[in-house]
Design a protein around this ligand. Structure first.
Ligand SMILES: Nc1nc2c(c(=O)[nH]1)N[C@H]1C(S)=C(S)[C@@H](COP(=O)(O)OP(=O)(O)OC[C@H]3O[C@@H](n4cnc5c(N)ncnc54)[C@H](O)[C@@H]3O)O[C@H]1N2
Ligand code: MOO
Length: 403
């Protein structure tokens, strides 16, 4: 297989990624989940005109000049509308959120009044409509306020509550099984033998996938044998996950078992090897409803590929409208050389210069094994295939990495 361009690889991964089924979820559990359909208001907010202040509800015509004296005929607290209508020369004590009584068209705040028994003197002239929130000033019944495909923010939950939705129609979260491969890998906290490597990739990948709204299951570390890798792939199928993500064992070495195992299990591969750096030996395939993304083992390659390909897949399965990463414009903070045929994603730090421009400075060492450099980066600078050398200050495209 030849190297597949990055855009084609992403298109292949997203080709059949339809949103997962809808499920009804209690509002409080909806944070950062994705709406399956448009959500409209079941009521008007506020349902009736309400006072924005503590004070007195009046008829503005009664107090065209400061010094008007009105008779206090009642009190309106929030949630307890007055039964009486306000007539000329009358006022009602009202509190913030109280329904403005019929007949009243203005509220004077209590600081601008002097109480005198059952009368109140207004020290200011009234203004029609002052301190009154009209019915529907926030929204009206049947207004569509949250769109299908929206990932719900904390503020969206409060809005949905105000629209009177106790449960929300959400997309099922994608389920992902993560499998590491490599005889050399040992867990952090153990004492690695000579040549052993600490398992690292999965910590970033689980966190990245969960942050995007997926549920993740860890399948541990498979040995570099066909049997071990195949057994883990079968386990993923038994768990009925939507995506199996493997790391390592993706290239052409004698101990790289992933492609062989996937093919042996009947996975139809759509590609193996893409025109990208880092991440050349990435692969993708499907087996029924199971999608497989085989990430390279080098820690930077596995993360950058997951960020660029797994994240959009999670978003698409989650039913999000915003599947693609948003690219931004910046200027280079250092000169970069000309590129070869692989699209390059340079790890870079971000800053602003004196002119307020966003400056992306590629870290000096771009080797795909360097986690220290990846962790210090805030963005990826995209260098298209065969891009010419560029000086510091030249425009570039970037994608910000998650915090
Ligand atoms: N002859 C060729 N050799 C290689 C090619 C090639 O095209 N021809 N491609 C290179 C590129 S590019 C990459 S990227 C790597 C990826 O290879 P693998 O996916 O087979 O990765 P491994 O060999 O399993 O591991 C590479 C490296 O990363 C370490 N690793 C693996 N998994 C983890 C983990 N979970 N946590 C931390 N570190 C991990 C592993 O110990 C190795 O050091 O292949 C090149 N070779
Ligand atoms: O993709 Mo590899 O990441 O060039 O080392």
């Amino acid at each position: 297989m030849s190297l597949m361009p990055v855009a084609d690889a992403l298109a292949a991964i997203l080709a059949d990624a339809a949103p997962l089924v809808e499920e009804w979820v209690p509002l409080a559990s909806g944070h950062r989940r994705v709406l399956a359909r448009d959500l409209s208001a079941t009521r008007t907010q506020p349902p009736l005109p309400m006072s924005a202040m503590d004070g007195y509800a009046i008829r503005a015509a009664d107090a065209a000049q400061p010094g008007a004296r009105l008779t206090v005929i009642g009190e309106v607290a929030a949630g307890q509308p007055a039964e009486q209508r306000l007539e000329a020369g009358e006022t009602m004590r009202i509190f913030t959120g109280g329904v403005v009584p019929d007949g009243a068209d203005s509220v004077v705040i209590q600081e601008d009044t002097t109480r005198d028994g059952d009368q109140v003197i207004l020290n200011v002239a009234a203004r029609h409509g002052h301190h009154i929130r009209p019915a529907g000033i926030d929204f009206h019944q049947d207004d569509v306020l949250l769109r299908a495909g929206t990932r719900l923010s904390d503020r969206d939950l409060a809005l949905a509550a105000s629209m009177n939705h106790a449960k929300l129609p959400l997309r099922r979260r994608p389920k992902i099984a993560m499998l590491a491969t490599g005889d050399e890998l040992v867990m952090p906290g153990t004492c690695p033998g000579p040549g052993q490597i600490l398992y690292a990739n999965g910590f970033a990948l689980h966190a990245l996938a969960r942050d995007e709204g997926a549920d993740t299951i860890d399948l541990g570390i498979a040995a570099d044998t066909l049997e071990s890798t195949t057994a883990a792939i079968r386990r993923a199928r038994e768990l009925d996950v939507d995506i199996l993500v493997t790391t390592g064992g993706a290239s052409a070495g004698d101990h790289d078992m992933v492609l062989r195992s996937l093919e042996a299990e009947g996975v139809a591969m759509s590609f193996w090897k893409i025109a990208m750096r880092p991440g050349k030996p990435m692969m993708h395939g499907t087996l029924g409803g199971l999608r497989v993304i085989g990430l390279p083992g080098n820690p930077v390659s596995s993360y950058v590929c997951a960020f660029l390909f797994l994240v959009p897949l999670i978003r698409a399965l989650s039913g999000r409208r915003d599947v693609a990463h948003i690219g931004e414009s910046a200027v280079l903070g250092r000169a970069v050389g000309g590129n070869d045929g692989r699209e390059d994603y340079l790890r870079a730090s971000l800053d602003y210069d004196a002119m307020g421009r966003l400056v992306a400075t590629p870290v000096e060492r771009q080797d795909s094994s360097l986690l220290s450099q990846l962790a210090s980066a805030q963005a990826l600078v995209i260098r298209p295939p065969f891009a010419h050398a560029a000086d510091a200050g030249a425009p570039c495209r970037i994608i910000k990495l998650p915090l």
